[in-house]
Design a protein. Structure first.
Length: 351
C-alpha cells in the first residue's frame, strides 16, 4: 500500500513538472571564501589535481552586496539562496526589509526533500540564508528558532548551544512539538528513519579539520545523499565548506589548504552520485573570496605552496561557478550572484 501511494505521488509530481521530464536533483556546494587562488593553492597542494576539473561548464559570479562593493556571507548567501541583493549582515530579506523565500523553500513547495550541511554552526550566515529571515546574522537564537519550523528535512552542523542554552530559557531540542529527531552521532543520523532529522556536531563552532573535526564533510554528504535518494523524491541539498573562509581571515595558507582538500573530496562525492544516478545538477561556487590571497611560491613536485594575503577580510573579486548535469550550461558566462538563484529555479521548474 505504501509503495502504491508513493507511486501515485511521483506520478502526480511528474505531471506537474511535465509529461516527459523528471525534475532534477540539486547538489549545491559552497566553498565559503573560496576564490580562484584558494582553488589553485589547494590544487597544487593536491598533486596538481582537483575534482573541479571534471565539471562541464565554468562561469564567474559578481559578489557585491547592496550598497557595498565587498560583501559578507549573509548578503552573498541571501543573493544566491533568494535571488535578491541585500545589505551586509542581513539574511533572507531584501534591501526593502521584506522577507523573501529561498530556492530551498521553492524546491520544498515542489515536493522536493531538502537538506543543509555545514562545517560551521548550522545557524551561521550561509546555511541560515536558505531558511531564516533576520535583519542581522548575529541573531543566532532567532535563526535556530526559525530552523525548527523550516522546510529543511535534514541538517548537520555545529552550534548546539543556540538551541539549548538560550536567553529565553527554552530548550528547542526538548520541544515535544518539534518535528525533528535530533541524532547524537552520524551513525544515529544514518540509522534514523524519521522524516526530519538533525545532527548538531558541536556545542559551539566546530574546530578546524586539522584539529580532528568530525564527522568529515564527505561522510556527512554521502550519508545524507543516501537518505535523500531513498526517499524516492527529487531533492535539494546545500553543502558548505565553511572554514576555507576562516583560514583566509586568519591569513593561514595551511588552514585554507586543509579545508579546501576536505571540500574537494566532498565535491567528489557529489560528482560520483550524479554520474551513478543521473538527473542530478551539481553546482559549486563561493560566496566571496577571503583574504586577497596571492600564490607566490611553491614546489609542484613536493606539493608545496605558499603565498601572501592582502586583507584579513573579504575581497570583491569575482568567484568561479562550476556546473555538471542537467541545465549545467546555464551557469557558463559572467553574471550577478543573484542569477544563481534564478538558474537553479529554472532548472527545477516548468514555467
Amino acid at each position: 500500500m505504501k509503495n502504491y501511494i508513493l507511486l501515485l505521488s511521483l506520478i502526480s509530481f511528474s505531471l506537474s513538472f511535465g509529461q516527459t521530464e523528471t525534475p532534477p536533483n540539486i547538489i549545491f556546494l559552497i566553498g565559503d571564501g573560496m576564490g580562484l587562488t584558494q582553488i589553485t593553492t589547494g590544487m597544487y597542494a593536491n598533486n596538481n589535481n582537483t575534482e573541479l576539473e571534471k565539471f562541464e561548464y565554468v562561469g564567474l559570479s559578481k559578489t557585491q552586496a547592496a550598497r557595498y562593493l565587498v560583501t559578507d556571507s549573509a548578503a552573498s548567501g541571501t543573493a544566491m539562496a533568494c535571488g535578491e541583493k541585500t545589505y551586509n549582515g542581513v539574511i533572507g530579506m531584501n534591501s526593502k526589509n521584506e522577507k523573501i523565500p529561498s530556492i530551498l523553500d521553492h524546491c520544498a513547495n515542489l515536493g522536493y526533500k531538502t537538506a543543509l550541511l555545514a562545517t560551521s554552526s548550522i545557524v551561521h550566515a550561509t546555511p541560515a540564508s536558505f531558511y531564516a529571515h533576520v535583519d542581522t546574522r548575529k541573531k543566532y537564537e532567532e535563526i535556530a528558532f526559525q530552523l525548527m519550523s523550516s522546510n529543511v528535512d535534514y541538517f548537520i552542523g555545529g552550534g548546539k548551544k543556540h538551541f539549548t542554552r538560550r536567553d529565553d530559557g527554552k530548550n528547542l531540542l526538548k520541544n515535544t512539538d518539534s518535528p525533528y529527531k535530533i541524532a547524537e552521532s552520524l551513525d544515529e543520523y544514518i540509522s534514523s528513519t524519521a522524516d526530519k532529522i538533525g545532527l548538531l556536531t558541536y556545542y559551539e563552532e566546530p574546530p578546524k579539520k586539522s584539529m580532528g573535526r568530525e564527522p568529515a564533510l564527505p561522510d556527512m554528504l554521502s550519508a545524507t545523499l543516501d537518505k535523500l535518494n531513498q526517499s524516492g523524491k527529487p531533492f535539494f541539498i546545500m553543502t558548505e565548506g565553511s572554514q576555507i573562509d576562516w583560514g583566509g581571515h586568519a591569513n593561514d595558507v595551511p588552514y585554507v589548504v586543509s579545508e579546501f582538500l576536505e571540500f574537494n573530496q566532498t565535491i567528489g562525492v557529489a560528482l560520483e552520485f550524479a554520474k551513478k544516478h543521473g538527473n542530478t545538477l551539481v553546482v559549486v561556487t563561493a560566496d566571496h573570496e577571503t583574504g586577497g590571497l596571492a600564490l607566490t611560491k611553491g614546489n609542484i613536485k613536493r606539493n608545496q605552496v605558499s603565498g601572501g594575503f592582502n586583507t584579513k577580510g573579504h575581497s570583491a573579486t569575482m568567484v568561479p561557478v562550476f556546473s555538471y548535469g542537467p541545465a549545467a550550461e546555464q551557469f557558463a558566462g559572467i553574471y550577478e550572484n543573484t542569477a544563481i538563484f534564478t538558474k537553479l529555479k529554472t532548472a527545477v521548474s516548468k514555467e
